[in-house]
Design a protein around this ligand. Structure first.
Ligand code: SAH
Ligand code: DHB
Ligand code: MG
Length: 228
């Protein structure tokens, strides 16, 4: 078997046993494909991984940058305790509309606020509005601006918050320091921003699966400077 085929089959193996698609998840992924959205949704196993991180962390105020059809959003919303909420930012009006319909169908719309518009502007607005600090942030929009979003995430979170950045490996492209791909440079810029920031602890996790070879960066805002 080709490597990629094995990765996809292993995803299927675990998915079928540990993360069988529920009716809502299937409906969302079908709706997104039918609406012609790009296939950038996290996989079901990844969605469940995010859900589990949010649960382990007991996240109550989640910020997502990059909604698409809201597949990751719905799984993050499912992790919330009563009274918890997700704010998700999406620039593309058609994506936002698809997401909104998905939230309603999945019965989670009361826990999710979708803010249409450029993430930069929404983040500045959230800051100016004095929005209560977030305790979990999922960065998954235009990768070229990853470092900018990371800086906003720091401003909008409380100490102890978890920040996850998707698509940090890009089939190994992250290694190319002279890449002319702005998304790759965006990942590298975020890594440098994290590295320069004394108040975070961070790691990276490479992943393979049905979406190929990629990975997550994970950071914890640690303003109290616990030893690592
Ligand atoms: N989190 C989703 C996938 C997001 S794909 C999931 O896993 O299910 C990336 C999304 O970011 C796309 O919908 C794209 O329209 C959006 N996006 C790109 N640039 C953006 C920007 N500047 N501000 C807000 N959203 C943006
Ligand atoms: C791309 C974006 C994503 O969020 C993702 O998970 C996979 C690919 C992309 O822009 O190519
Ligand atoms: Mg992604």
């Amino acid at each position: 078997m080709e490597q990629e085929e094995t990765w996809a089959k292993v995803d299927e193996y675990f998915s079928a046993r540990l993360a069988e698609p529920d009716a809502e998840s299937e409906a969302v992924l079908n709706a997104n494909a039918s609406a012609g959205l790009p296939p950038y949704d996290v996989t079901l196993l990844q969605a469940k991984f995010l859900y589990m991180l949010a649960r382990i962390h007991r996240a109550e105020r989640i910020l997502e940058i990059g909604t698409l059809g809201g597949f990751s959003t719905i799984w993050l919303a499912r992790a919330l305790p009563p009274g918890g909420s997700v704010v998700t930012l999406e620039v593309n009006a058609a994506h936002a509309e698809t997401a909104k319909a998905n939230f309603e169908r999945a019965g989670v719309s009361s826990r999710i606020t979708i803010r249409p518009g450029k993430a930069d502007e929404s983040l500045a607005e959230l800051h100016d509005e004095g929005a209560a600090p977030f305790d979990f942030v999922f960065i998954d929009a235009d990768k070229a601006r990853n470092a900018v979003y990371f800086e906003w995430a720091l401003r909008l979170t409380s100490s102890g918050a978890v920040i996850i950045i998707d698509n940090a490996v890009r089939n190994g492209a992250v290694l190319d320091e002279f890449s002319d791909d702005e998304d790759t440079q965006g990942v590298r810029a975020a890594v440098e921003a994290i590295r320069r920031e004394p108040s975070v602890v961070a790691t990276a996790l490479q992943t393979v699966g049905s979406k190929g070879y990629d990975g997550f960066i994970m950071a914890i805002v640690d303003r109290d400077q616990q030893a690592t």
